[in-house]
Design a protein around this ligand. Structure first.
Ligand code: SF4
Ligand code: SF4
Length: 411
């Protein structure tokens, strides 16, 4: 079926205009349609596997924007994922990517790696942190890791304030657990304010989408089954994510990974049905929010829409709607709010020059609308935007929930 659809590519070129990598490089070979045809040629043995082919295939942010616009309904995403697996097996990965896969494949290793990185952050002399970059991001601009992993710092069940409204599961992902505890604190604050009991399963782990994107499905499966076991038996109206890429994993990727007879398939499908991004959930229950009437003045704010927020949940417009409805916010849209920032999982590391061109354009647009806060609901976008801005740019980059939470009345 998928092969037939691939043959249906009418070479219309719509995916070229949607592809952030093509828009920067203007090379047909990196375009989504060229990638598809190279994959087909490789599968039919008309072109040989090579490091060069691997490079072309990996010049991709796995953003899903090509599939979203393709009139032939071609599933670029799963084709790219499978090809990345083949290329990784045939030609290996760079040492840093291999290490990342190794660390994320087991929770205890991720925790150990995060602890080591936190110690490293304290020990690296300021001069060196200024000089060296990880991909396109100067080391000095990386966020400080959480002192204690978020899930360790919180009880597994957090009870609501005020009148109970229901129960939800919070899938925190690695970023909130190790990097951005402010996002997690705001999510809990908003949900309990609304009257929701919040369950944060202790045995959840990395969603493993970075592993899947690098073709390491075999190494991802232990995490994926651990997550399914952690989430499946908890009665709750929704499984909430604060990262749209974790959402993409739980909603679209997990159910595709199991054969029809596999005992985990039904649970994966049930979880997928309940997965909701936090912004859509807040919007659905907006009437439960009580804003603080004593807050005066409006914070000038703009928003960067992450690719998976647009392509998996279509909730980027919801974020803007909420920001416009908030009494404490002066929302100013940039003309390229829906354009990719070039973060793309590990893309900022693998292709720093391409990524830098994308993010610099975004920074100029954000500065042009003269805001103090730049909001985005993806931790990699946040790291990329914040990592490439300097103090003089006057932009604080946060998840939208942080501002929503700060505007609520204490109850
Ligand atoms: S949008 Fe779809 S049909 Fe058009 S060129 Fe791209 S892959 Fe082919
Ligand atoms: S997933 Fe995104 S970056 Fe990759 S080919 Fe498609 S549009 Fe381009």
């Amino acid at each position: 079926m998928k092969e037939k659809k691939l043959q249906n590519c009418g070479k219309c070129g719509l995916c070229l205009n949607a592809c952030p990598v093509y828009k920067i490089l203007k090379e047909e070979q990196v375009s989504p349609r060229a990638k598809l045809h190279l994959i087909k040629a490789h599968d039919q043995n008309t072109i040989a596997s090579s490091a060069f082919l691997k490079e072309i295939i990996s010049k991709c942010l796995m953003c899903g924007s090509c599939s979203a616009v393709c009139p032939s309904g071609i599933d670029h995403y799963s084709k790219f994922m499978e090809m990345r697996r083949k290329m990784g097996e045939a030609h290996g990965e760079a040492p840093a990517i291999k290490s990342l896969i190794y660390l994320l494949a087991r929770e205890y290793r991720t925790g150990f790696g995060a602890g080591l990185a936190r110690t490293g952050q304290k020990l690296v002399p300021a001069g060196l942190a200024k000089k060296f970059k990880l991909g396109n991001i100067p080391i000095k601009n990386f966020p400080e890791l959480n002192p204690v992993p978020f899930r360790k710092a919180h009880d597994e069940v957090i009870f609501p304030k005020g009148k109970p409204a229901g129960r939800v599961i919070y899938f925190t992902g690695c970023a909130t657990n190790y990097l951005y505890e402010d996002t997690g604190d705001a999510v809990i604050g908003i949900l309990t304010h609304m009257g929701y009991e919040v369950v944060i399963p202790k045995t959840q782990t990395c969603c493993s989408i970075p592993l899947l994107f690098h073709g390491a499905k075999d190494r991802a499966m232990e995490n994926i089954t651990a997550n399914i076991k952690a989430l499946r038996d908890i009665e709750a109206e929704a499984v909430l994510v604060d990262c749209s890429t974790c959402g993409e994993a739980l909603k679209n990727e997990y159910p595709r990974l199991f054969e029809p007879h596999d005992e985990h398939l039904v649970a994966a499908q049930d979880i997928a049905l309940r997965v909701t991004d936090i912004i859509s959930f807040i919007n659905l229950h907006f009437d439960l929010l009580q804003f603080d009437p004593d807050i005066t003045g409006k914070i000038p704010v703009t928003y960067h829409a992450p690719c998976h927020t647009r392509n998996t949940f279509s909730s980027h417009l919801t974020v803007e709607k909420i920001l416009q409805a908030m009494p404490s916010v002066d929302y100013r849209q940039t003309p390229d709010s829906d354009q990719c920032c070039g973060g793309g999982g590990t893309f900022f590391y693998e292709y720093p020059e391409v990524s830098k061109k994308m993010v610099d354009k975004k920074i100029e647009s954000a500065k042009a609308v003269e805001v103090s806060h730049w909001l985005t609901d993806c931790p990699v976008c946040r790291m990329n935007l914040a990592g490439n801005t300097e103090k003089k740019d006057g932009l604080t980059v946060l998840h939208p929930v942080t501002l929503i939470h700060a505007a609520l009345k204490q109850i």
